[in-house]
Write a protein that binds this ligand. Structure first.
Ligand code: ZN
Ligand code: ZN
Length: 420
């Protein structure tokens, strides 16, 4: 590479060169992939060009073997159209067990997000939720290794035509696609001269915020805004996390690209009040709009939505823990993703544009010493357990957040969506 090439400005790069930068950040920053490590990747078929750049970068970093499972939206729809009824209660546990075995023997995990968020909107919601439950059950052993951060893993996004059309409905397909790529590059902080250095800096800032929140030892957070008055009790011995983390296998990784959130574990029995979603939720191919929920003693006792209410109610009926919170996260309204004003219909982006809560499974890494606890010990501290983990946005420029100390005194944390 010549010197002239090395200092080429981001805007002058070809799409393929930009993809290569995203791939480099995914492998070096996202995964922190170690020489000799195996990589298991999942990708939508439309993300093939990015998957190939990531594969190259992984081998350059010394990957032992890269194995990629491609998903194809039309093939998914074919299942809904033609498969026998029994198909919707089935998931290949043999494959998921194999992936879990791969993790146990040292493989890293990378997911490329980019499937059409509305793919299953017109399908029978009962079939959709049966399929999701079967997939969650079969995927539990592998998912547990991820939520316990036993291995280094990350998620990056690829713009795909159907997703782009949903985000930019007024544009021609190729323009929408180009706009979505640029939005992904900007949010993923790779549109700078040295993205790897930029990520180091960004990680340092998130870490400072996390350290500050951990020092406060709040017993609860209070969210107030239009339609929202919610008190979220925090789990005993909760730990705030954000940015990079050292996985159980000793590798430092950035689990989400982009990432802007500081998050922790709520107490599963100490959430009270009402909350209104500030963005629609895209859940496994269905869109749920205008969610409004009331909590009593940690449990959802009332849930409505103006679209996808069926899917929402099935979702929270998945198991006992699906009605309770497993995560609460603070995201300032001035993050690059929030400032773009774009609704991505994709949790990876939308959850990094606004403060949010997640129904379902808690991260044991957000409890002091939690990685080494069994589920009974985690539950005793208030950490929730469920087959699901679904984030939805409750933050906006109209939301105020207070931290509540053990003695009940409130301290302003966010005003109008910005850190105080
Ligand atoms: Zn989150
Ligand atoms: Zn989450």
């Amino acid at each position: 590479m010549s010197v002239a090439e090395a200092v080429k400005k981001f805007d002058e790069l070809t799409l393929d060169e930009k993809l290569d930068r995203l791939a480099e950040v995914a492998v070096k920053v996202g995964l922190g992939l170690k020489a000799g490590q195996e990589l298991i990747m999942t990708a939508p078929m439309d993300a093939l060009p990015l998957a190939r750049r990531i594969t190259e970068q992984a081998y350059k970093a010394g990957a032992l073997l890269v194995t990629t499972f491609y998903g194809d939206d039309p093939s998914v729809l074919a299942r809904y159209q033609y498969a026998p009824d029994a198909s919707f209660d089935y998931a290949p546990a043999w494959l998921q067990d194999g992936i879990a075995n791969g993790f146990r023997s040292g493989a890293a995990r990378l997911a490329i997000a980019g499937a059409n968020p509305a793919l299953l909107s017109k399908q029978d919601p009962t079939k959709v939720s049966r399929t999701n439950v079967a997939a969650s059950k079969a995927g539990k052993p592998a998912m547990e290794l991820i939520t316990r951060h036993e291995i280094n893993w990350t998620i990056v996004a690829a713009a795909t035509p159907e997703w782009a059309k949903l985000v930019f409905p007024d544009d021609l397909e190729h323009i929408a696609l180009a706009k979505l790529w640029e939005a992904i590059f900007a949010s993923s902080r790779i549109n700078v001269d040295d993205p790897v250095a930029e990520w180091k800096q960004h990680g340092k800032h998130l870490k400072q915020r996390v350290d500050l929140l951990n020092a406060k030892r709040f017993s609860a957070l209070r969210f107030k805004g239009p339609g929202t008055d919610l008190k979220v009790g925090l789990a005993d011995d909760h730990l705030w996390a954000g940015g990079g983390t050292t996985a159980g296998n000793g590798v430092y990784c950035q689990p989400n690209i982009p990432t802007e959130e500081c998050f922790t574990t709520p107490h599963k029995d100490r959430v009270d009040g009402t909350v209104r979603a500030t963005k629609p939720l895209s859940h496994q191919g269905t869109l749920i709009e205008n969610i409004a929920v009331r909590f009593e003693a940690g449990k959802i006792v009332e849930a409505t939505a103006t679209a996808g209410e069926d899917v929402l109610n099935r979702l929270i009926s998945t198991d006992e823990g699906a009605r309770r919170l497993g995560e609460v996260a603070l995201v300032p309204h001035n993050s690059p993703i929030a400032q773009s004003g774009i609704l991505f219909w994709n949790t990876l982006f939308d959850e990094n544009a606004a403060s949010h809560i997640a129904l379902g499974q808690a991260y044991s890494t957000c409890i002091l010493g939690g990685e080494k606890m069994d589920s009974a010990q985690l539950a005793a501290l208030g950490a929730n357990e469920s087959l699901i983990h679904v984030d939805w946005m409750i933050g906006s420029a109209e939301i105020d957040v207070d931290g509540i100390a053990a003695d009940g005194t409130a301290e302003p944390l966010m005003r109008k969506g910005a850190w105080v």
